[in-house]
Design a protein around this ligand. Structure first.
Ligand SMILES: [Zn+2]
Ligand SMILES: [Zn+2]
Length: 474
């Protein structure tokens, strides 16, 4: 074992002149030695000797079991060992958080224990945004701002197209003005990229970090950090509040690791602010029984109701695909769609379905293109769709959320497939009618037998429309 891992932590020496670049890199974070390549061993040791750094082993043994100190993983199947080239021993490593670089038993994780990076209060921060909140949005924004001030967890349950990003602006402004360090995160990279475009414009007077797997931006301390939930694994007791957009989305929803990352990235007692159009049943129950404070926004920002789906029986589509036949209803829908010149998403339940259906559709028109999660051109294809080069985009559920396109029609191929649960169907339906100039559009669920999830999705959308109507009549 190396000797730094055993070193007891010292009190910071007030006379030590510390390195400000190291402070900027490490304050509020927890990083591997390999992530601090820019700093020499000598410099690191000086800071350790003077109590400005803390170091811990990457894997610690707790109650006889190895536990990854970065992601909290202790599942034996997610911990492996190998003959390590660095320590020359059989070394345990974590497979759970491998995408951020390997954590091994002989790894060192560093945190900053010197003086904090000060975020000066910015008493009058200008927002570069000309819009105006609807009264429902304003009500939600006021309650959210207050939740951050009193450090209380809070959920905003807003229908798709409610304009929940705008609802965040007042709370973010208020927190930043008082010198707080805030993170706005989402499980989905696409959502982080979309958010960052808007947030960087509205908050152009301050530095905003944008962190996700493929981003090349270097980290610097900033009042506001936008990131994927994965990136929170690199933070430690860092944020005064964390806003989590699309909290019910994969992979955050069921990931112990990402929940661990969230808890550790928060300063002790700091609040979590959840945003969702389709809360999990647990969150829904917590909200409805008052265990989790929150507010519902049942109305879209443009005041028009959410489009309701039409159920269309398409026959045994699995059988037809086996015979390489395109279901008649889909062919008819596609030809009508091509005639109307309107753009559409056609959601399919799997990559296999996509690969079977796409050539048959392409034979009808070249402006029909397919996209899925592993497609290296997925971002380019979405951009090409935005610019109107593509008329119908056949997609897996990757585009179920985060993408907003005006005048869009939507159809679901095989809506009875298991993958299309209530939440997926509500999100998919929410792609339609987003623009106030064109608030409606076609929405079809093509199926071979109506499922309980399809009915629940229909009821969910209908209930929100009813709530919105009731609210307007008040
Ligand atoms: Zn780990
Ligand atoms: Zn090792």
């Amino acid at each position: 074992m190396n000797n730094t891992a055993k070193r007891p932590h010292l009190k910071p020496n007030p006379n030590f002149s510390y390195d400000q670049e190291l402070q900027a890199e490490l304050f509020g974070r927890r990083l591997l030695r390999e992530e601090l390549k820019a700093f020499s061993d000598d410099l690191i040791h000086q800071h350790l000797r003077n109590g400005f750094l803390k170091v811990e082993p990457g894997i610690r043994t707790e109650k006889g079991r190895p536990v990854c100190q970065r992601c909290g993983n202790h599942a034996p199947e997610q911990l492996a060992s190998y003959q390590c080239g660095r320590c020359g021993q059989t070394c345990v490593y974590c497979r759970n958080c491998l995408t951020l670089g390997v954590v091994k038993a002989c790894s060192q994780l560093f945190t900053w224990s010197g003086p904090p990076v000060a975020h000066p209060a910015l008493p009058k921060l200008d927002l570069h945004w000309k819009g105006k909140l609807t009264s429902l949005q304003q009500q939600a924004a006021d309650q959210l701002t207050q939740a951050v001030q009193v450090k209380e967890d809070f959920v905003i349950w807003a229908v798709t197209g409610a304009g929940k990003t705008e609802v965040l602006y007042p709370a973010l402004k208020d927190a930043i003005e008082t010198g707080q360090r805030i993170a706005l995160v989402s499980p989905r990279t696409d959502v982080v990229i979309e958010l960052s475009k808007r947030i960087k414009t509205v908050f152009s007077d301050i530095r905003v970090n944008v962190l996700y797997g493929e981003s090349t931006e270097a980290y610097t301390p900033a009042p506001l950090t936008l990131a994927t939930t994965h990136q929170l694994l690199r933070f430690y007791h860092s944020f005064d509040a964390i806003f989590i957009d699309e909290v019910d989305a994969f992979p955050f929803h069921n990931s112990k690791m990402l929940h661990y990352a969230l808890e550790h990235a928060l300063k002790p007692g700091a609040p979590r602010l959840f945003l969702t159009a389709t809360p999990s049943s647990k969150m829904k129950a917590d909200f409805e029984r008052g265990r989790l404070k929150g507010v519902r926004i049942p109305e879209r920002f443009h005041g028009h109701p959410l489009p309701l789906p039409t159920f269309e029986w398409m026959g045994n589509w699995r059988r037809q695909l086996e015979k390489n036949k395109l279901p008649v209803k889909i062919k008819r829908w596609t030809l009508t769609q091509l005639n109307t010149q309107r753009q559409a998403f056609l959601f399919v339940p799997s990559i296999t379905t996509l690969e079977t259906v796409l050539p048959m559709l392409k034979a009808l028109d070249k402006r029909i293109v397919g996209v899925h999660a592993e497609d290296p051109l997925r971002h380019q294809k979405v951009e090409a769709f935005r610019s109107g080069e593509i008329q119908i985009l056949v997609t897996t559920t990757i585009l179920e959320r985060g993408v907003t396109i005006s005048s869009l029609d939507v159809a679901v191929f095989g809506a009875d497939a298991e993958l299309f649960d209530e939440r997926a169907l509500v999100q998919i339906s929410g792609r339609v009618g987003r623009d106030h100039r064109d608030p409606t559009g076609g929405l079809y669920y093509f199926h071979y037998g109506v499922t309980w999830h399809m009915i629940k999705a229909f009821k969910h959308i209908n209930q929100m429309n009813t709530l919105a109507k009731e609210w307007r009549m008040k």
